[in-house]
Design a protein around this ligand. Sequence first.
Ligand code: GTP
Ligand code: MG
Length: 238
Amino acid sequence: MNPADYLQTLLSRRPSSANAETYSSASASGQVSARQSRASAIPTKEYKLVILGGVAVGKSSLTVQFVHSSFPDRYDPTIEDSYRKQSEIDGQQCIVEVLDTAGNERFSDRRDMHLKRGEGFILVFSITDQRSINDLAALREQILRVKNTDRVPMVLVGNKCDLEEDRAVTREQALALSERWGNCTFYETSARQRANTDEIFYDVIRQINAQTAGKEGERYRKSIRRKVKELRCGCRVQ
Ligand SMILES: Nc1nc2c(ncn2[C@@H]2O[C@H](COP(=O)(O)OP(=O)(O)OP(=O)(O)O)[C@@H](O)[C@H]2O)c(=O)[nH]1
Ligand SMILES: [Mg+2]
């Protein structure tokens, strides 16, 4: 086979670490295949998410709805809380860690450290509070600066959509912002009514997965190109 054909064959294969079949369910005969028993040895993946936004926009209520499926009955301003939830997303078992941050700037001194550690970010405003959406641009800038990239898994969330009569931020305004943010996903949610509350967390996790798969794929393609060069010139390429 000439090097060009060899390259084509290798590129059309998927990297083994991104092989979704390892998570498939039991075979028709009911036997557990070697592939499935290998799957049970795969450690559960963990995702580190950070939820951010202004004071009283509903960050804690959204997090508690996701983790405990309930709506807190009283307002308790957050200094910093961390939650863990076992979940199944797209057939994959995982642990989702959510860091619920303070809306109050007085407690934001540890923010850089949290942003560095976080893999995905949920930026929340309240649809009843114009200032809360204005404040998000600075937060996003801080995330991009700390992560040192403009490709960060992120969703924009307009919470309290059950309070339509008090709406101060239009859907169009929020959509325009999400477009300026490189078509970041935008959701309107109601923590009170449990509307879209799981979706915002799943969306960020899917973005993290897509980014990881993209990086693995690129690493794999690079290694193949190196192998083909070696085949062509009969030497090792460093
Ligand atoms: N109507 C309505 N009220 C909400 C919703 N989400 C939160 N709230 C109320 O808004 C207030 C603030 O909610 P929290 O979840 O504590 O807000 P937070 O962003 O965590 O606030 P800080 O921790 O102080 O930054 C509480 O009184 C909640 O009951 C919602 O979806 N609809
Ligand atoms: Mg809170």
